[in-house]
Design a protein around this ligand. Structure first.
Ligand code: AMP
Ligand code: ZN
Length: 462
């Protein structure tokens, strides 16, 4: 069954065929800018990318996944103005830019683990690939695509007739409507490849280059690292929908200028998570991070479940009610799965696996796939077959069904009182009363086990 993926470059669904038969699928996903914690919106995009990777694996592909860490060069405005977010973050926290990069990279890795996101094969820091970025810019310069202003080296987008094709940018309109803020740039869409350190101060992160002390632009980082690890033209490049008009547009422009390809065969984007129908932005001050969900008693995987309930190509509105519903869904799925018997000889149901493949291969339709999992759980397959089937589906969902164990919940006081009264009845050899109390415990959903010197009360699996 063909795997159909929506390619934003073509603006259509296309059957996915690896560029190099037999080799691993090359996947590059834009990683976090580590000047602060990531918010739950960012994680929706990382979860979409994890789903994509798992569906590729479901289809029998090996995946070589590269993700960058943007630890320098992402300015507060995508239009190459404003401050480097890292230097600003350093000031905000009173730590060095290098310290916050390490701190928030680790926080990101930890959150991803809590969300069941498979780690990439390569996690590449922009600051560790400055040489590749300088070599890239030097090539662009040699090919005549760059010019110098007082604050940096810029890419001249007027050199490319199809600049902005990914975003279907109306360049004429952009130029006509441009306001004064272009500074020394020749065209509104031109962007910085290398920014000079300010002459009057020393940056925490800066490097020598053929053009002077400075730091790379955010877009060149991704193009250079993607090409370095995955080659001139690889299978899939992903990011959030906000990357379409600027970041990915510019990654493509640079790569076309250097090697004549659009860098990746498929360009896929996760659509935004909104909070109260507004964009969720770190710059807006307060934002929700995974730790805040945990503080409120939610399992991070409930957020993963919530993300599975919406298609990645539609925006999803975050509400606490929606997260509550996802928590309940996850809890029911876990306990339903847990109650199913394990039987090593049981195999997954072929018909169901086939229907599941049809859903996930239809541009990662997770909501339909999830509905099918519920149908399987509630349906009339043999219990051990249900378990074997759901365990397979969970390779894609990543909800950790097979490893989940019910927590030892505290026994309610009323139940504890019944158990203790039963122990007293036994001591008094009042067997009839002891049996009556055992039945009352059973009705309350608990079993009691007598042990040397006492008893243990346990919740019966639901
Ligand atoms: P950043 O740390 O800003 O570089 O963003 C990391 C990733 O999160 C990028 O792929 C962004 O496109 C994505 N992103 C940013 N905001 C949201 C949001 N509200 N919902 C979903 N993805 C987002
Ligand atoms: Zn990127």
């Amino acid at each position: 069954m063909a795997l159909l993926l929506y390619d934003n470059y073509a603006r259509s669904l296309r059957p996915f065929v690896p560029l190099h038969a037999g080799a691993a699928v090359g996947l590059y996903t834009c990683g976090p800018t580590v000047y602060d914690y990531q918010h739950i919106g960012n994680y929706r995009t990382f979860l979409f990318e994890d789903l994509l990777k798992r569906v590729l694996q479901w289809n029998g592909h090996r995946v070589r996944h590269v993700m960058n860490i943007t630890d320098v060069g992402h300015l507060t405005s995508d239009a190459d103005t404003g401050e480097d977010k890292m230097e600003k973050g350093a000031r905000r926290t009173g730590r060095s830019a290098w310290e916050i990069a390490a701190l928030y990279t680790q926080a990101f890795v930890d959150d991803c683990a809590a969300l069941g996101i498979l780690p990439p094969d390569v996690l590449s820091r922009a600051t560790e690939h400055i040489a590749e970025q300088i070599a890239f810019i030097a090539d662009l310069e040699q090919r005549g695509y760059t010019y110098r202003t007082s604050d940096g080296i810029y890419f001249d987008t007027s050199r490319q007739a199809d600049y902005g094709y990914l975003a279907r940018l109306d360049r004429g309109g952009l130029e006509a409507g441009k306001r004064v803020d272009v500074g020394e740039k020749r065209n509104a869409t031109d962007f910085a490849l290398w920014k000079f350190s300010p002459p009057d101060s020393t940056r925490q992160m800066e490097w020598a280059s053929p053009w002077g002390m400075g730091f790379p632009g955010w877009h060149i980082e991704c193009s250079a690292m993607a090409q370095h690890y995955l080659g001139d033209f690889f299978d899939i490049h992903c990011g959030g929908e906000d990357h379409i008009p600027v970041h990915h547009t510019n990654e493509i422009a640079q790569t076309e200028a250097r090697v004549g390809t659009r860098l990746a065969n498929f360009w896929m984007h996760g659509y935004f998570l909104l909070a109260s129908d507004a964009k969720m932005a770190k710059s807006a001050g307060e934002f929700l991070r995974i730790g805040a969900l945990v503080d409120r008693g939610y399992d991070p995987l409930a957020f993963r479940y919530l993300c599975l309930t919406g298609h990645y190509r539609t925006q999803l509105n975050f509400t606490w009610e929606a997260l509550d519903a996802a928590s309940t869904g996850l809890a029911r799925m876990r306990s339903g799965f847990h109650a199913l018997p394990t039987d090593a000889s049981a195999v997954a149901d072929d018909g169901l696996l086939e229907r599941f493949t049809a859903h996930v291969n239809d541009d990662l339709n997770a909501p339909r796939a999830l509905a099918l999992a519920w149908e399987a759980l509630r349906g009339d397959l043999a219990p051990a077959v249900k378990r074997a089937t759901l365990a397979r589906l969970d390779d894609v969902f990543g909800l950790g069904l097979a490893t989940w164990e019910p927590a030892d919940e505290p026994v309610p006081a009323a139940v504890e009182a019944l158990a203790s009264a039963r122990a007293d009845a036994r001591k008094a050899r009042d067997w009839a009363e002891a049996d009556r109390l055992r039945a009352a415990l059973h009705d309350a959903g608990y079993d009691v086990e007598d042990k040397a010197g006492g008893y243990a009360v346990k919740r019966r699996p639901s």
